[in-house]
Design a protein around this ligand. Structure first.
Ligand code: GUN
Length: 292
């Protein structure tokens, strides 16, 4: 078994981005600027956004965090998105999900200008990605592709099983893994909560991507010997043996799956760190007007 080390890769990628930003600065060009909008303080969003902002600082990029209370109206939020759309200094905009129930995430995503949509959530970017046209690809799937590429994992002709059909990960991942490119050219099966005989399907996966958000759902008996196992999950679960009282778990039961896997991502230290790198790479592309 070989570990797909997100920590090591993300350090390398951050170094590469820092070098690009230094070049941009020394050429007198505009420093890439990422804007994040965070609504409320619930869940893990605050931690995620804080680490996105911190990573931008580390590589010399500009970042701005705009915060709203949970009580913000949809109209107020959309007005702020429009303001960022119009601001030429702001290259990339993300609105952290989930949003409170009274705000339509779809409406917000559709209001972000596609050229600033570094999360790749706008229908135009999803459509362009699906057609293989230049587009912002959402950060987690892009981070997974980068990981497969940098570990030179063969994908052509393999069976890739994606567990979970979220718009952020499962759906785009399934599209990307089937395209005629590297990484890609897989035969893809997208599974979800209504899939029958899930374990039978996952056992045929050469590449298994678990993105369903259920801690330790994927057990050893669901995995083929030698499979590449990518774990997108990250949940806090109670753990009395830890000082904090909780442990971070992925969607894969790591201890029993790892000995069976050919390659596997750890949690934490796997896919999550790659996601942030992809977001910053997209913001550099936005500043350089590489996609639009
Ligand atoms: N919530 C969970 N993951 C993401 C992400 O990649 N982008 C945004 N905007 N919200 C998220």
């Amino acid at each position: 078994m070989q570990l797909l080390d997100g920590k090591l890769l993300s350090q390398q990628i951050k170094q590469e981005i820092a070098t690009q930003v230094t070049e941009i600065r020394s050429n007198g060009q505009k420093i890439p600027h990422l804007v994040a909008i965070l609504v409320g303080t619930a869940g893990r969003s605050e931690t995620y956004v804080a680490s996105k902002m911190k990573s931008c600082e580390e590589v010399g990029m500009k970042s701005t965090l705009i915060r709203f209370d949970d009580s913000v109206t949809e109209a107020e939020l959309l007005a702020k998105v429009e303001e960022v759309n119009q601001n030429p200094d702001m290259d990339g905009l993300i609105v952290q999900l989930p949003l409170p129930a009274h705000i339509s995430a779809d409406k917000v995503m559709e209001t972000i200008h596609p050229s600033k949509d570094v999360d790749g959530f706008h229908p135009i970017n999803i459509g362009r990605m699906a057609k293989g046209l230049p587009a912002y690809v959402s950060a987690t799937p892009q981070g997974i592709l980068e990981m497969l590429k940098r570990y030179e994992i063969e994908t052509a002709g393999k069976h890739c099983v994606v567990v979970g059909r979220s718009q952020i990960v499962g759906l785009p991942m399934s599209i990307l893994m089937q395209r005629n490119d590297y990484p890609g050219n897989c035969t893809v099966t997208l599974t979800h909560s209504r899939t029958k005989n899930l374990a039978e399907i996952t056992r045929t996966a050469d590449i298994l991507i678990a993105a369903l958000g259920k801690p330790e759902f994927i057990t050893a008996e669901m995995v083929k010997e030698g499979a590449v196992v990518i774990d997108v999950g990250l949940e806090k679960v109670p753990d009395a043996s830890k000082k904090s009282g909780f442990a971070l778990k992925g969607d894969v039961k790591f201890d029993e799956v790892a000995p069976k896997a050919g390659f596997i991502t750890p949690v934490p230290g796997g896919v999550g760190l790659m996601t942030i790198c992809s977001l910053m790479q997209n913001t550099v592309k936005a500043a350089r007007r590489e996609v639009y």
